[in-house]
Design a protein around this ligand. Structure first.
Ligand SMILES: [Zn+2]
Length: 160
């Protein structure tokens, strides 16, 4: 992979060729696509809209590019959210194990915090890896607009 050039970002314009779900008992999703690499210049301030052309079907896509500074900040926020979700997950897990494992005296029910901790475990189990993956992949470039059918295209980050 090429070395990163300051002030620019490499993105892949993805054209989904086919997306099929097969199988009855075990569902397998088969997606095929073609990625085309582009190097996009980042703006000095604010955000900038750039037009990229999909070489597969000639569609023109509008992408929004943010500054390096802003991209770094968003990545940091996502990383912090991932860490916080992980902390809440482990704290709620420890609490639920502790509270659920106790033998309660006759007529006493589990505290209200117990179901809350169970919900927190479920939510954070999804949230922590989601924030983590988003934070790693975030590059400050997002797809603004594409001709219909829109879901045929996507903009993916390319890691240097
Ligand atoms: Zn296309």
């Amino acid at each position: 992979m090429n070395r990163p050039i300051p002030g620019t970002v490499e993105v892949a314009v993805r054209h989904i060729l086919s997306d099929r779900v097969t199988g009855i008992l075990v569902r397998t999703r088969r997606t095929t696509w073609r990625d085309s690499l582009y190097r996009v210049r980042r703006p000095q301030t604010g955000k900038q809209t750039v037009e990229l052309t999909c070489p597969v079907c000639d569609a023109s896509l509008l992408a929004e590019v943010r500054t390096e500074e802003r991209t770094r900040r968003t990545k940091l926020v996502l990383r912090v959210l991932a860490a916080l979700s992980a902390i809440v997950f482990f704290a709620a897990f420890a609490y639920a194990v502790h509270e659920g494992g106790r033998t309660l005296p006759e007529g006493q029910s589990l505290p209200l915090l117990f179901p809350v901790s169970v919900v927190a475990i479920c939510v954070m189990f999804i949230a922590a890896p989601t924030f983590f993956v988003r934070g790693r992949a975030y590059n400050g470039v997002s797809l603004l607009d594409a001709p219909k059918p829109r879901r045929v295209h996507g903009i993916k980050s390319v890691r240097a």
